[in-house]
Write a protein that binds this ligand. Structure first.
Ligand code: FNR
Length: 185
């Protein structure tokens, strides 16, 4: 199968100088030639309210359409209080509703994340994987890209300068393309 794989990437941080947004930018540079990466900014997705789930704001409709149009997802998660940030969880909640209209259903995905701490978002990533069960998403198991002490690996311009981290991101993207092809065939 030689068809291009389209990937939608989004980061669970709204911070301008976010380490996780920096990882996502690096993914653009490290993408295999057989894949395209589009990014989506989660800023503007309102707190999910089930009373309004049948009349979503345009940003949510746009997010769901972008998810549906992609062959695979790349989710870049920070770790907040040993879990994924509310911004990311909220976006997944919004994309999964109303019941029966889960845009995330059956999507292959890869996960990565950077934190200033020593476990590099491990706990957040495992919480995200737990949500993937109910969402019926198909996360890639390996490689796990958990970037600890991100302040030492990403410079003041938001460039990932650590060569091992860049290599891991490249491996993750290659594995995501292969995983997506396998699930599609
Ligand atoms: C954090 N941070 C953090 N780091 C970590 O390794 N484990 C954690 O549980 C937490 N918890 C946490 C909670 C909250 C509310 C904040 C704001 C931060 C630190 C976090 O890794 C750091 O702020 C990163 O820079 C966040 O990612 P971005 O915004 O740089 O992408």
């Amino acid at each position: 199968m030689s068809q291009q794989i389209s990937i939608l990437g989004f980061a669970g941080s709204l911070r301008r100088e976010s380490f996780n947004r920096a990882l996502l930018r690096a993914a653009h540079e490290l993408l295999p030639s057989e894949a395209d990466l589009t990014t989506f900014d989660l800023e503007g997705i309102p707190p999910f309210n089930a009373d309004k789930e049948n009349d979503p704001v345009p940003k949510v409709t746009e997010f769901k359409a972008a998810v549906r149009a992609a062959d695979a997802l790349l989710i870049v998660t920070p770790e907040y209080n040993y879990s994924m940030p509310g911004v990311l969880k909220n976006a997944l909640d919004a994309a999964s509703r109303p019941y029966g209209d889960n845009a995330l259903d059956d999507k292959p995905l890869a996960i990565m994340g950077a934190s200033s701490g020593m476990l590099g978002t491990a706990r957040a990533q495992y919480h995200l994987r737990q949500s993937c069960v109910f969402l019926n998403m198909h996360p890639l198991n390996r490689p796990e890209v958990m970037v600890p002490f991100a302040q030492e690996k990403i410079d003041a311009n938001g460039v990932v300068i650590d060569e091992k981290t860049r290599q891991k991101i490249a491996e993750l993207l290659q594995a995501l393309v292969a995983w997506t092809r396998r699930l599609k065939s």
